[in-house]
Ligand binder design. Structure first.
Ligand SMILES: *Cc1c(COP(=O)(O)O)cnc(C)c1O
Ligand SMILES: [Zn+2]
Length: 433
């Protein structure tokens, strides 16, 4: 065996099986997501001894400027993954927002500018499609609340894979166009996400397609761990004290946790008790409701909220998210649609970041938790912003003011400026009254 092949075999051995999260049964590394014995979800298991021996901070830093710098922690064997520059998004020190809220050390992990489709879903899809290719799939698919369809269609186009995506028919125009442009087949299902998902499970069983979030789900979901790794690396190889992240299926939330655990396990960071708080919209808050009512099971709900990207009424990883929030002494909160709009505006005004409704939910929940004394001002807190506001313009239409229309003349400009200053003063007087 040549040295190159020997090395490859060695790194390839870091992911070793699919393992049931409930009963621990192990399976070969195939396209499969449910345990045959207990119907529990399957997760990728790694050889942490091998990882500890081979991965260092330096080896990671020498890697590509994308999620693939963490490849030994991701479930793909190839040294040639699909790399469209996904990941390594900015971790922004948010001083103005922190001051507004009464925090001292707040960071925004800004996946509103993730590549190529401006949401965190590019992470999970880059991993899922790389694995799909390894497993021999030529057609890839997904059940999506919007962003996943954008990512799957775009990255499939780049990789030359056939693509058919399923979305609820009532999605925002930007999400629909942002999928169609890559020329996949798009099925707009007259129903909510949970109905889309059920339909896709049937299709996955009969068509032999790689559904990124169904039969490839164990691989797909591992991509979210990079949101944990990056924050640790960007904080100078340290973990934060508190994270706030949105919850749809709950997967992202649980994988940030797994990412922190793994970095600790292999000695890349020092172990730390990180508190995990989750954010949902009132109009789809099955996990927040279970948290409030002290239940350890989820009662499915019918979604009705502007936060469509996180509107999953029957969240697959809900119980695991609940467990993490509880055992880390975090929280799970929900906020109303008007609060979500306020959250979007607050982040835009204070930090210059335009997020979509999921990010508005996260900021509104962050604010609510600080006001309730559930985040300590001294804690180093990271809020995960997972999507871009240009895709959900409907949500803030009419809430962001209007431009001042003027003639192309100096006096027209000066009159308009005077008028706007008067209006600003009146606004202030109203605030003071
Ligand atoms: C899908 C999505 C989430 C949450 O995803 P889960 O892993 O299912 O909890 C959060 N934010 C945005 C913008 C999303 O598209
Ligand atoms: Zn099992």
């Amino acid at each position: 065996m040549t040295q190159a092949i020997a090395n490859q075999t060695k790194t390839n051995a870091t992911f070793r099986a699919l393992k049931c999260k409930e009963c621990g049964a192990e399976y070969e590394l195939q396209a499969m997501h449910v345990c045959e014995y207990c119907f529990g979800p399957l997760e990728v298991a790694y050889d942490y001894t091998a990882l500890r021996e081979t991965v260092t901070r330096e080896s990671i830093q020498k890697g590509p400027h994308s999620i693939w710098r963490y490849r030994p922690f991701l479930p793909v064997a190839t040294d040639n993954p699909i790399d469209v520059g996904t990941g390594l998004t900015p971790l922004v020190r948010a001083n103005r927002l922190a001051r507004r809220l009464g925090l001292k050390k707040l960071y925004i992990k800004n996946d509103a500018v993730n590549m190529p489709t401006l949401s965190f879903k590019d992470r999970v899809v880059s991993v899922a499609l790389t694995r799909a290719r390894e497993l021999g799939f030529t057609t890839v698919s997904c059940a999506s609340t919007g962003n996943l369809a954008n990512s799957t269609a775009a990255i499939a186009a780049h990789a030359g894979l056939d693509c058919c995506v399923f979305i609820p028919a009532d999605l925002e125009a930007g999400k629909v166009l942002g999928t169609l442009i890559y020329s996949p087949t798009v099925m707009a299902v007259q129903g909510n996400y949970d109905q889309v998902n059920r339909l896709c499970s049937e299709v996955a069983n009969t068509y032999g397609w790689g559904f990124v979030n169904i039969n490839l789900r164990p691989y797909y979901s591992e991509g979210s761990k990079t949101l944990g790794y990056e924050v640790a690396e960007q904080l100078g190889w340290e973990l934060p004290d508190h994270v706030v992240a949105p919850l749809a299926s709950g997967s992202l939330f649980t994988k940030i946790y797994k990412g922190f655990q793994e970095f600790t396990e292999v000695g890349l960071v020092e172990g730390k008790h990180v508190r995990f708080s989750g954010a949902q919209a009132d109009g789809c808050s099955p996990i927040a409701q279970a948290y409030r009512e002290n239940r350890d099971f989820i009662k499915p709900v019918k979604p009705s909220t502007i936060a469509k990207s996180i509107a999953i009424g029957n969240p697959a990883d809900g119980v695991y998210a609940l467990d993490i929030a509880r055992k880390t002494n975090g929280n799970i909160e929900s906020v109303s649609d008007p609060e979500i709009i306020e959250g979007i505006k607050l982040l835009a005004e204070t930090e210059g970041i335009f997020t979509e409704t999921a990010g508005g939910t996260t900021i509104a929940v962050l604010k609510k938790l600080v006001e309730a004394g559930k985040i300590d001002p001294e804690e180093t807190t990271v809020a995960y912003i997972t999507g871009n506001g240009l895709k959900t313009q409907e949500a803030v239409q009419g809430y962001a003011g209007e431009p001042l229309t003027i003639e192309p003349k100096l006096d027209s400009f000066e009159r308009a400026l005077e008028r706007s200053r008067t209006l600003e003063r009146l606004d202030w007087q109203q605030v003071l009254v």
